[in-house]
Structures are given as structure tokens and as C-alpha cells.
Design a protein around this ligand. Structure first.
Ligand code: HEC
Length: 254
């Protein structure tokens, strides 16, 4: 006789545990939505077209062939910081060669002081300091994308954070009754494979831009896995009737 490890179905768990699980899922789900808004806001439009595309990700990670970092920021995440007319003046200055005398005489210096320095005054080490001509000329050079140190910093935060999230959501979802069993296992493992593929591709996109597709697809897979586990868990926790084979087995799921 073989002894198999079993977990009990949500409906066979005490009410308190289901309340705890639901609270956790609701707050993590809200966090996931905010994360998606953030990703959209920080990358969409870098290529000059609205919406989030593979080209936006290529520009974010490997840089833009045609635009400087300043221009892609003004088209993308910084677009709401100033009226379009002033953004055009900055871009025109970059296109004219981004010279120092021109910076002062064209009024671009005044725009940057008025619109950008509240945040880009050097006090936050994670965003470029734009307070002098030397500083701004660094972002007005050819764009090579996110630097390796930033990628390393964001990588370790993501590897830890995402593992926690999917370990928690997975250990709740484990109480669901999903057939065939391989589907349950694939759902559980997908986010872990996807995060490795995602983060690896941030670096690989620098050498071979089509890897931006892997970034896009692995992000989507993580989202699908999260949504599936969230919906299946919530539904089976509160609305589901256990099928007869599960009741006979005293609510044990595998
Ligand atoms: C409300 C605060 C705020 C203001 C105002 C602001 N920025 Fe930023 N900026 C940020 C933050 C935060 C980041 C880093 C996060 C990101 O990339 O979205 C950033 C990033 C950047 C980057 C780097 C983008 C990259 O891809 O690495 C550039 C260039 C930039 N800003 C230019 C500007 C310019 C030019 C202005 C003025 C027109 C401006 N910012 C106004 C907060 C601000």
C-alpha cells in the first residue's frame, strides 16, 4: 500500500483559515494591479506610440538607436511632467547638438529648472541629477538603455519579491481541486520559470533585442498564473460544492 501526501480541500478547512487566505489574496491582488499600472506607466510610449509594446521594452533595456535617453524619457515616463510644447523645445535642443551655449540661450535651462528639478535635484540617487549642463548632457548622449547596476538592483528585488508572492499564492491554491493534476503543477511552477526567463532576458535584450519578446511573454505568463490561481482559489473557497469523489475521500486533494 502506498501512502500519498494529501492536502485538504478549501471546503474542508476551518472558516478562519479561509478568511485568512481570502484577506491575503485580496491584498496581493490589489498589489498586483498596482504593479501592472507601474510597469505600464514607466515603459509605455517610449517608442513614440501609445501603449506598451516590445519596442518600448527594447528601448528601456537596450536603448534606442534613434533617440537619446532624454528623448525616450520625454516621450515615455516623463511625458506628463511638462506641456508638449516645452518637450518639443528640449528635443529640438538635443537634435541641434545639445550644446552648452544653446542650452542657456534657447531657454531649455529654464524649462528644466521649472519642470524637472523638483525631483531631479540630485537628492535621489536612483534618478539622474539634471541640475547642471554637465548632468543633463549625460542623458542627452546616445541611449544605451538601463545600466547594469540598475538591472542588478532591480533583479534581486524582483527575485526575492516575486518568489514570496508566488510561494504564498501557490500554497493557498494547493488546497484547490484541479483536474488534470498536471495542470495544477504547471500553474504552480510557471511563475518561477517565468521570473527567471524574464530577468535573464533583461540582460540578454542588451545584446540581442528580440529577447524583449521573452520579457513580454514571461510577464504575461506570470499574470495568467496569478489570475488563474486567484480566481480558482476564491471560487472554490466560497462557492464550490465538492464533487462526490472528493467528499468520499474526506476532502483530500492531491
Ligand atoms: C515628480 C518627479 C519627477 C519630475 C518632475 C521629473 N522626473 Fe524624470 N524621473 C523621475 C523618476 C522617479 C524617474 C525614475 C523612474 C522612471 O524611470 O520612471 C525619472 C527618470 C528620468 C529619466 C531617466 C529615464 C530612464 O530611462 O532612465 C530622465 C532622462 C528624466 N527622468 C528626465 C526628466 C525631465 C527632462 C524632466 C522635466 C521635464 C523630469 N524628468 C521631471 C521623476 C521625475
Amino acid at each position: 500500500m502506498t501512502i500519498k501526501e494529501h492536502t485538504r480541500h478549501f471546503r474542508a478547512l476551518p472558516l478562519g483559515m479561509r478568511v485568512l487566505f481570502s484577506g491575503t489574496l485580496i491584498v496581493l491582488g490589489t498589489g498586483y494591479l498596482f504593479a501592472m499600472i507601474y510597469i505600464f506607466e514607466s515603459h509605455a510610449g517610449r517608442d513614440g506610440k501609445p501603449g506598451l509594446s516590445v519596442d518600448d521594452l527594447i528601448i528601456a533595456y537596450s536603448g534606442s538607436k534613434s533617440d537619446t535617453k532624454l528623448e525616450s524619457a520625454l516621450k515615455g515616463p516623463m511625458a506628463n511632467m511638462l506641456p508638449p510644447k516645452e518637450a518639443h523645445e528640449i528635443v529640438a535642443w538635443v537634435r541641434r547638438g545639445a550644446a552648452e551655449a544653446d542650452y542657456k540661450s534657447s531657454g531649455v535651462e529654464g524649462i528644466v529648472e521649472r519642470r524637472c528639478l523638483i525631483c531631479h535635484n540630485g537628492s535621489n540617487p536612483h534618478i539622474p541629477d539634471l541640475s547642471g549642463y554637465e548632468d543633463i548632457s549625460k542623458v542627452a548622449e546616445a541611449d544605451t538603455g538601463m545600466d547594469i547596476f540598475t538591472l542588478v538592483r532591480v533583479s534581486h528585488i524582483h527575485l526575492f519579491g516575486i518568489t514570496f508572492i508566488f510561494y504564498i499564492v501557490g500554497s493557498i491554491f494547493i488546497h484547490a481541486y484541479i483536474r488534470p493534476q498536471w495542470l495544477k503543477c504547471v500553474t504552480l511552477i510557471t511563475p518561477f520559470i517565468a521570473i527567471l526567463a524574464d530577468i535573464g532576458s533583461w540582460y540578454l535584450t542588451k545584446v540581442f533585442p528580440p529577447f524583449a519578446w521573452v520579457v513580454m511573454i514571461s510577464g504575461a505568463l506570470m499574470g495568467f498564473a496569478f489570475a488563474f490561481m486567484w480566481i480558482a482559489s476564491m471560487y472554490q473557497m466560497w462557492l464550490y460544492k465538492m464533487p462526490p469523489e472528493l467528499i468520499e475521500n474526506d476532502g483530500r486533494v492531491s
